[in-house]
Structures are given as structure tokens and as C-alpha cells.
Design a protein around this ligand. Structure first.
Ligand code: SF4
Length: 393
């Protein structure tokens, strides 16, 4: 599973012309070893799994560099969840290059472009937000897609994973796929030539003006690190007691209310860092500020996990301590493979005490769990109250 996550990051970077030979070399060796490792040896397997975390960290670093050099360094931005009168295209997935090309081809056509779910942080990149017809964010995490896509009056472009198959007779005729995505009956766009999608959007009814909420995103590590002095002062003055990194994939399974509840119950003197689509459970709430520092800092997509690690490492540097000595708790929700790859990177960086939920992945058998608990103090989530009490005392 970790290897699939690495492939996702590497794929996006390669589309932008960036690649690291260490990542490609690891693919073949890791896949081959799953074929040949018939005599299961826990130590060598664990080493390979941690190496997967190391390689994923490298892949995430390359992708961060690729995105920042191509689209500019992201910065905090407010994004409306409302709609504007006019034709519209909704872009879901994670691929910023697809979005950029669509923005170029729709300029001056009267079509407004909306981001969906994990595309929200696109608004934070200077080279994307400069397009005036990139007007807002519509809809949240992937599991609500069938209802949200049916309600959206315009056309829809699916750029990456976490797409659901529409029910017959709903929105398949206005659904377009690109790149690695494919949905039976949907039109596939080749070579980023968006003509059929644009024609469809123009033929569909216009969206109405509708007010929405305001979301804030774009706290790339460079933006958070620009607040480093303020953050250190607030911690030293006792105004910030603890940091919570609450992030990861969302899903439909019961038990995920845990992530909403714990974010809501985090005390007022604590800061929440978040990323990926699990944040849609709480990112429309006003968490306020501490000495001008927002209490909720949305780092971006799951593709921005490298930024989260940079923030953690920089905080440790600022406080002159190890990452595990920081007043920081990491609470991850997992669903698909990128979340697993991120977890492996955190373990490779020897970050201990991570909480994981809503359930443990199936590959964490009791034996594997024991190894992870003994080596990394990995814990399954319990309840928000019990976990907050265990963390804060
Ligand atoms: S965060 Fe995970 S579940 Fe959510 S859209 Fe991204 S890959 Fe899919």
C-alpha cells in the first residue's frame, strides 16, 4: 500500500518534469521483494517498509519543489464556497497541472472554475489564483461526491483517485476523466485538450449566484515558518499549550465523527494543523486566533504532507529539542494509500506516539501492531475525551 502512495506523489512530480532516481529504483526492488520474500522475515520486511517511508519522504519533497517552482509558493488565502451566476466546471482530484491547463483554455469563455475537495489548496498558488475565473470551492470530501456532483449544474472533471461511479441516470453524461482516471460511460480527455468538456459546460444550465462560507487554506510550511517567531513567543508565554496535527483521508465509515469532535474539543490554548480531505469535517468552523496566529492552519492536500513534516522539524529546531519532545500530537485518519505512505514516512523519521483511526489498516495484524507499538508507540484512537485527557493530562 505504501508503494502505491509513493507512486501517486512521484506521478504528479513526473507530470511536471521532476523525478528522483532513488524513487524509481526503489519501486522495482520493493515490488520484487514482495515476490521473493517467501520466507517471511519480520526484521528485513520492517526495514523495507521504513525504507518505503524514506523514499516517500523524498517523493513528497520532489513534488513540493515541482509544485512550488511551477505554480509559485503557496500562501494563505480565503476561498468562498458559494457559486456565481454563469456556466461552471468543477475540478476534483489532486492534479494542479490539469487545473492550470483547464484555466488557460477556459479564459474568456464565460465559464467559472470551481475546485472540489482536495483541489481546494490550488487557490493558494500564485500561478493558479491569478486566473479571475477560478472562483471558489464546491463540495467536500470524496464520500459525498454522488450527492454533490448530482447537485452541481455544470460539468465535472476528475483528475485523480477518490472518484466514485455515478448511479445510472444521474451525472455520468457531464462527467469527464483525464490522466489515470477512468469511469465507465464518462468522456476521457486526451492530451489535456479540454474542448469537449468546455462545450458540455456551455451547453449545461448556468449556475446561480449563491452565497457560501469562507474557508482558509494555503498554510504551506513557508507561510507557517514566517510566523515561527510569533509561535515560539506564544509557546514561551504559555499562550499556546499544545499543537495537534489532525489530518488524513476522510471516509464514509462510522467512527469518523471522532475527528470532528476532537478538533472541536481541542482547548482554546492549542493550535490545530490539518491537511487532506479529513479536514472537511471541521474546516468551515471559526477556531479563532492566538496572538494573531490562526488556531486552525490548513496546510493543504495530502500532497502537501511534506510541508507538515517541515513545520514539525522546524518547531523542533526552534525549541532546540527532538521532534518527540515537542508539545505536539499527531492524529491521522487513513483511507487510501497516500495516507499509508505518509504514516511510513513519519515512522521513518522516528516520530513516536502517532494516533491512527478510525480503525487500523487490515495489514496491521496483531503481530505487526505489537512491533509498531514497541518501536514507535503507535496507538489506535479511542474517544476524543479519553485521547485529549491522555495527551493534555
Ligand atoms: S485525502 Fe485521501 S481520501 Fe481524501 S481525496 Fe486525497 S487521497 Fe482521497
Amino acid at each position: 500500500m505504501g508503494l502505491k502512495g509513493v507512486a501517486a506523489y512521484d506521478f504528479h512530480a513526473r507530470e511536471l518534469g521532476y523525478a528522483d532516481p532513488e524513487v524509481a529504483e526503489f519501486y522495482s526492488r520493493a515490488l520484487f521483494s514482495t515476490l521473493t520474500n517467501v520466507n517471511f522475515d519480520l526484521d528485513s520486511t520492517l526495514n523495507l517498509v521504513l525504507e518505503c517511508g524514506k523514499v516517500n519522504y523524498k517523493a513528497m519533497e520532489v513534488l513540493d519543489k515541482a509544485n512550488s517552482e511551477r505554480f509559485g509558493t503557496p500562501g494563505p488565502v480565503e476561498v468562498s464556497t458559494g457559486t456565481r451566476e454563469g456556466h461552471g466546471i468543477l475540478v476534483t482530484g489532486h492534479d494542479l497541472l490539469d487545473l492550470e491547463e483547464l484555466l488557460k483554455q477556459t479564459e474568456g469563455t464565460g465559464i467559472n472554475i470551481y475546485t472540489h475537495g482536495e483541489m481546494l489548496p490550488a487557490h493558494a498558488y500564485p500561478e493558479l489564483k491569478k486566473f479571475k475565473h477560478l472562483v471558489g470551492n464546491y463540495g467536500g470530501a470524496w464520500q459525498d461526491q454522488k450527492r454533490e456532483f448530482a447537485d452541481f449544474q455544470g460539468a465535472i472533471l476528475v483528475t485523480t483517485n477518490c472518484v466514485l461511479i455515478p448511479k445510472e441516470g444521474t451525472y455520468k453524461d457531464k462527467l469527464f476523466t483525464i490522466g489515470i482516471t477512468g469511469v465507465p460511460g464518462a468522456t476521457h480527455i486526451e492530451n489535456r485538450e479540454f474542448g469537449p468538456l468546455i462545450q458540455k459546460a456551455l451547453a449545461l444550465p448556468k449556475l446561480n449566484d449563491k452565497a457560501g462560507k469562507t474557508l482558509t487554506t494555503g498554510f504551506h510550511h513557508t507561510a507557517i515558518l514566517s510566523l515561527a517567531d510569533k509561535i515560539v513567543d506564544a509557546v514561551k508565554a504559555g499562550k499556546i499549550r499544545h499543537f495537534f496535527l489532525i489530518g488524513g483521508c476522510d471516509g464514509a465509515r462510522t467512527g469518523r465523527n471522532y475527528f470532528t469532535e476532537i478538533a472541536e474539543k481541542v482547548p482554546q490554548d492549542c493550535v490545530i494543523l490539518t491537511l487532506a480531505c479529513g479536514k472537511y469535517r471541521f474546516n468551515d468552523q471559526d477556531f479563532g486566533t492566538i496572538d494573531g496566529i490562526p488556531r486552525l492552519l490548513d496546510i493543504g492536500q495530502c500532497n502537501n504532507a511534506y510541508s507538515a513534516v517541515q513545520v514539525v522539524v522546524a518547531l523542533a529546531g526552534a525549541f532546540n529539542c527532538g521532534v518527540n519532545e515537542l508539545p505536539l500530537s499527531i492524529i491521522l485518519s487513513w483511507f487510501e494509500q497516500k495516507a499509508v505512505a505518509i504514516l511510513l514516512s513519519l515512522l521513518y523519521l522516528d516520530i513516536k506516539g502517532i494516533r491512527l483511526g478510525p480503525t487500523l489498516p487490515a495489514w496491521i495484524t496483531p503481530n505487526v501492531l505489537k512491533v509498531l507499538q514497541d518501536s514507535f508507540d503507535l496507538k489506535p484512537i479511542t474517544t476524543p475525551d479519553a485521547d485529549l485527557k491522555a495527551i493534555l493530562g
